[in-house]
Every structure is written in C-alpha cells, then in structure tokens.
Design a protein around this ligand. Structure first.
Ligand SMILES: Nc1ncnc2c1ncn2[C@@H]1O[C@H](COP(=O)(O)OP(=O)(O)OP(=O)(O)O)[C@@H](O)[C@H]1O
Ligand SMILES: [Mg+2]
Length: 363
C-alpha cells in the first residue's frame, strides 16, 4: 500500500486549470520532489495534500484512506502532516527552543517529554547551542533549520516542504540540501519537497516529479530523468541539452544536418520509451558533454562520427569550454562542452562525434 496517493487531481481557478490530472504515489519513507518552473502548480499541489485547498476533481488518500475527495475532506490539523510554507515563518517573539516545541505544546505532549524531544531535535539540526536565541539573532540558514526542526519534531506522517531553501545563497543552499537528505536518511519521514532548482532536487530526492503547466511530464529517479528524458521539456529542464530534429528509419536515428547515424538500441532512451517507430518528425535530445570535437576519427571510445562542423562562438567557463558549432551540412547549431585544454578558434573546422548514450528520442 502506498503511504500517500494523489489520484487524478485537478484544481481550476475559474476556467484556468492550475493542476491538471495529476497522479502520484509515494511509498512509506520516500522523498519525492515536485520540480518545475514558477507557476506550474507546485504550491497548489502541496496545499491540496495538506488540506488547505479543496480539489476540483480527483482524490487524495493517505494509508489507503481517502483524505480529500468528492465526499470528504479531512481538515489539515487532523492529517498528521507538517508543512513548511514557501515564505517560511518562525515566530520572532519565541526562542529557538520555543519555536521547535510549539507543535508539541499544541498536541499537549507532557512537558518533560516535550523538553527531551526538543533537545534531541536541536541536536539533530546542530542548533543546541542556540536554543535560547531569538530568530533575529540567527542567520538565514539557522532560521531555516529551526523551521525544519519545528516541522520534524512532531514526527509527522507526511512532511511537506515548499522551497525551504529559497532564501539562502548558493553555497548554503547546497549545504542545507545535503543536510535535508541526511535528516531524511535518518528519520525516513514520507516527504513531498517542492523546488524549482534542479540540482537541489537531484541532491535530495528519491524520485522527482517534473511538472509543467499543471501537468506531470515525468516522474523518475534523478539518473533516469537526466539520462532518459521522455519529453523535450524534461530534457531541457534537467541539465542543458540540444534539441535536434531527426528522422527514425529501421532502428537508426538520422540527425538533421549531420552525416552519421545513431542506432536506436545504442541511444539512452531505447529501453525506457521503446518508441522507435519510423517517422520523419522525431525530436532528439543530445547532451553537450556527449559531443566531441576533434580532427579525423572520433576522439572518444564508442563515439560515432557525425561529420564536419565549424565553431560559431565559444565561452570559457573554467571547468569546460562551451562551444556553439554549425554543422557544414546545414541544420541547427549545437552546444558542445569540451575540456579546458581544448582551445579552438572561432571559424575553426572540426570533426564532430557523439557518444550515443547521450542521445535520447524525446518526441
Ligand atoms: N487563489 C488563486 N486564484 C487564482 N489563481 C491562482 C491562485 N493561486 C494560485 N494561482 C495560480 O495558479 C498557478 C500555480 O500557482 P502555484 O503557486 O501553485 O505555482 P508554483 O509552481 O508554486 O510557483 P512558484 O515556483 O512561483 O512558487 C499560478 O499561475 C498562479 O497564479
Ligand atoms: Mg510555489
């Protein structure tokens, strides 16, 4: 039995479908992230799970019991869930310890037990030494940890986190993302996590649900989303990519403007989608780091020759060169990542090759 199940849920505001036929299942102890651009319906979905917003259609079940649906809506305070809101708030007039203990007071937990649990939880988030400080005396990351501790101390059935790291700078965000994953490995609360940041999602999640315009594009492990994207949107949202027109014939992919072919069974998505029907209007995702520039034969093991290209523009990013190349046979320009030592001038002609594992048919 799944811990939490969303069954074809819809939310309309007027005639606008903000969440459109979304189905998801979380196993006990699983951390699933809702990932997508601003306005795609992440917060709305989380609030429906928490019971703050009614569904237009569909149902939500927890432990096999319906908690939201046509006939019945269990109020938020009876769902056993904890939620951190997007604009997370900790009470400024309470100390760290009082903030963390608040949910236990509301649940009338005996004082000695509450004190012990607050103390344990502050240790978990490394804030025991700040228990008597007020929020104004804490850094952003420390406040965020208070919010997390407050949500987890009540041992929720389901933990709902709406962009809990959005107010932090990049370094602290990465540190806190690793911290949340560590806490998850320790406590295994079934968790729905919301973010629009793909690297944060990949750090934290067991599985990621990619949403676009209120619809589920794909739910999968971080590895599969990157290596086996099913749609152009997923390929473009998770990491950088080239979306190229192609035709499929007799199990071979011909990329527009390029000379070579990629056997479908060598491409990354063959096993996942199985969509190798012959057609002239396919779209293919090719990762920039799966393309190579060199003279003569392919420079990487297993790479397939794709013909000549010339360098149109280039950007040095320290860890790699970001080249844009134009196939001499026409077709769309391509982004190619090359090692820092691979210095090519604009206008330089080179032979392009591709590692077929970085190629995925996405439509
Ligand atoms: N009460 C409301 N009435 C009308 N439209 C709403 C309401 N609440 C949200 N929306 C619209 O629903 C869409 C989804 O909103 P939601 O807050 O779920 O997005 P989100 O994915 O969380 O975005 P963000 O990443 O910016 O937080 C948006 O276009 C928003 O304007
Ligand atoms: Mg939101």
């Amino acid at each position: 039995m799944s811990k939490l199940q969303l069954k074809n849920i819809h939310k309309n505001y007027g005639t606008t479908a903000v969440v459109n036929d979304l189905s998801l299942e979380l196993r006990q102890g699983e951390l699933v992230t809702l990932l997508g651009p601003s306005g795609c319906g992440k917060t709305t979905t989380l609030r429906m799970i928490a019971g703050f917003i009614e569904l237009t259609a569909g149902a939500i079940a927890m432990n096999g019991q319906e908690i939201s649906g046509a006939g019945r809506t269990v109020p938020p305070e009876h769902r056993g869930m904890s939620m951190i809101f997007q604009s997370y708030a900790i009470w400024p007039n309470m100390t760290v310890a009082q903030n963390v203990g608040f949910g236990l007071d509301v649940r009338r937990t005996p004082a000695a037990q509450a004190k012990r649990r607050v103390h344990e939880m502050l240790e978990v988030v490394h804030l025991q030494h700040l228990a008597h400080r007020y929020p104004a005396e804490l850094s952003g990351g420390q406040q965020q940890r208070v919010a997390l501790a407050r949500a987890m101390v009540v041992r929720p059935e389901v933990l709902l986190l709406d962009e809990p790291l959005s107010n932090l700078d990049a370094n602290l965000r990465e540190e806190m993302a690793n911290e949340i994953r560590r806490l998850h490995d320790e406590f295994r609360f079934t968790t729905v996590y919301v973010t629009h940041d793909q690297s944060e999602a990949m750090t934290i999640s067991d599985r990621i649900a990619v949403l676009n315009l209120g619809r589920l594009e794909q739910i999968d492990t971080p590895w599969n989303l990157y290596n086996r994207p099913h749609t152009p949107f997923v390929a473009g949202f998770i990491g950088r990519t080239n979306l190229v027109s192609a035709s499929l014939r007799a199990g071979r992919i011909t990329l527009d403007g390029l000379q070579g072919e990629v056997p479908v069974e060598q491409a990354a998505d063959a096993a996942a989608t199985g969509d190798a029907r012959d057609r002239a209007d396919a779209r293919v995702s090719i990762r920039p780091q799966s393309l190579y520039l060199g003279e003569g034969a392919p420079v990487a093991p297993g790479a397939l020759p794709m013909g000549p290209v010339s360098v149109v523009s280039r950007t040095y990013l320290g860890e790699y060169w970001d080249y844009v190349v134009q196939p001499l046979g026409g077709g769309e320009t391509l982004k190619v990542h090359a090692p820092p030592s691979s210095v090519l001038e604009i206008g330089h002609q080179s032979q392009l090759s591709v590692d077929p594992r970085g190629v995925a048919v996405v439509s």
